[in-house]
Ligand binder design. Structure first.
Ligand SMILES: *[C@@H]1O[C@H](CO)[C@@H](O)[C@H](O)[C@H]1NC(C)=O
Ligand SMILES: *[C@@H]1O[C@H](CO)[C@@H](O)[C@H](O)[C@H]1NC(C)=O
Ligand SMILES: *[C@@H]1O[C@H](CO)[C@@H](O)[C@H](O)[C@H]1NC(C)=O
Length: 401
């Protein structure tokens, strides 16, 4: 069989797959979503092949693809945009040019990418941060923290904390004309998790307690305890982010043990003695009725893995694992969840738990959107639901920061 025949066969399979792949009915712009989904599946297949043949690690192909989206910092009539460093960590700064009588608010935006890819340099993140700076007349700081698997837990957290603490120094805030009482930490996906974690850590630190006015999380992943929640089941095969892909990428952040992968997929990864923590993520307590549907709660199995990964019980990996008295200290919160997202229930549970603890929370649920929508909001996809999410996020900041 010649190469052409093979290629033809392969194309036919793809086309058939593309045409018949079911996409949830009410999804917005289904053809675009289908396209994103199939590209992701092809990439996953290719990455698996590359890893199998020893060409590169699985996650590296995803890193290479996101890298094609990097753009230079470009200033315009309203904003000075520069790449610089805070204490040796790269950051992109968006500084409004307009003279201002008052001090400006500031947003620290932590990008997503499953801890293994992504950068503030990516076009969609540049777009969000630019628009935030413009519409809020705010200073925006976007850090590039170290990525896994080269730099594992807690490198990402450490870098974000260093950037935030550097920025919060009086003389730095003064230099950029920032009002210390109006600072928000935001992020999407794994960046949303990092935002949530660093705020919990800052609240535990007497020197930084209550210095952050607000947190905004866009479809965050907030726990690694239960990988069989309703949203994980309903969106097991995507669109876009399948359960297996999410787990394969993000586990690089905390382990190099490949055996753990199967345990996590079977929801049998939690170590002995961790059962006490399940009450913090028990979806049958915290999910609104509407999302429970016919799902029956099944407890994660404990003590099956020999490689005891105590990290899995760490609240710096799963910020949902803090108790109510710690939640009470958290600032004003904004959470966006999407219906077609395995991480949907992480966000929904955090909303319920924060509200139960008395934290003011605004929650927007996007019924017709997928995980990662804002990453497809710019060229070439211009995914409309991504633009809507960005608009909601910035509107919330305008009203609350
Ligand atoms: C600069 O700000 C003005 C006024 O808000 C706006 O109309 C214009 O589109 C902005 N320019 C850019 C490049 O964003
Ligand atoms: C989870 O919630 C269900 C239903 O409320 C309850 O029966 C179960 O014991 C809980 N399990 C854990 C481990 O918290
Ligand atoms: C909550 O957790 C913190 C930190 O682990 C601990 O100091 C505190 O006693 C806990 N509070 C309750 C009510 O369990």
């Amino acid at each position: 069989m010649g190469n052409k025949t093979l290629l033809f066969g392969f194309s036919c399979i793809l086309l058939a797959y593309y045409t018949y792949m079911p996409i949830p009915e009410n999804i917005e712009e289904p053809w675009k979503v289908r396209f994103i989904d199939i590209l992701t599946k092809i990439t996953t297949l290719t990455a698996t092949l590359f890893e199998y043949t020893g060409l590169m690690n699985f996650e590296h192909l995803f890193f290479i693809i996101t890298k094609t989206q990097y753009i230079e910092p470009i200033s315009d009539e309203n904003l000075t945009v520069i790449d610089t460093e805070f204490s040796n960590i790269p950051v992109r700064l968006y500084l409004p040019k307009r003279k201002s009588e008052r001090q400006r608010p500031a947003v620290i935006y932590i990008h997503g990418g499953a801890f293994v890819t992504g950068s503030f340099k990516m076009r969609p993140y540049d777009f969000v941060n630019r628009m935030t700076a413009n519409r809020l007349d705010a200073v925006v700081v976007a850090p590039d923290y170290r990525l896994a698997p080269q730099y594992q837990f807690p490198a990402a957290i450490e870098d974000c904390i260093i950037v935030i603490k550097s920025f919060l120094q009086d003389k730095v805030l003064e230099k950029y004309g920032v009002d210390p009482a109006h600072i928000c930490i935001s992020g999407d996906s794994s960046g949303g998790a990092l935002a949530g974690i660093v705020i919990q850590l800052l609240q535990d630190d007497p020197e930084y307690r209550n210095k952050i006015k607000a947190q905004a999380m866009i479809y965050p992943g907030l726990q690694a305890v239960d990988t069989w929640m309703p949203s994980y089941q309903e969106n097991e095969n995507g669109p876009f982010l399948s359960r297996k892909l999410a787990i394969m990428l993000s586990m690089q952040y905390f382990t190099k043990e490949k055996e753990l992968l199967n345990a996590i997929l079977r929801n049998e990864h939690m170590p002995k003695g961790s059962r006490d923590l399940f009450k913090f993520v028990n979806w049958s307590h915290f999910l609104p009725e509407k999302y429970k549907k016919n799902h029956v709660y099944r407890e994660p199995i404990i003590g099956k893995v020999n490689t005891l990964c105590s990290l899995l019980s760490d609240k710096r990996l799963s910020p949902l694992l803090v108790n109510d008295s710690q939640l009470q200290n958290l600032p004003l919160t904004y959470v966006i969840t999407c219906e077609y997202d395995i991480l949907r229930d992480d966000g929904l549970i955090y909303v319920t738990r924060l509200r139960n603890a008395g934290v003011p929370v605004t929650h927007d649920h996007i019924e017709d959107a997928i995980h990662g929508a804002i990453s497809f909001s710019t060229a070439p996809m211009y995914l409309h639901s991504g633009l809507r999410i960005i608009d909601k996020y910035i509107s919330w900041l305008q009203e609350n920061l």
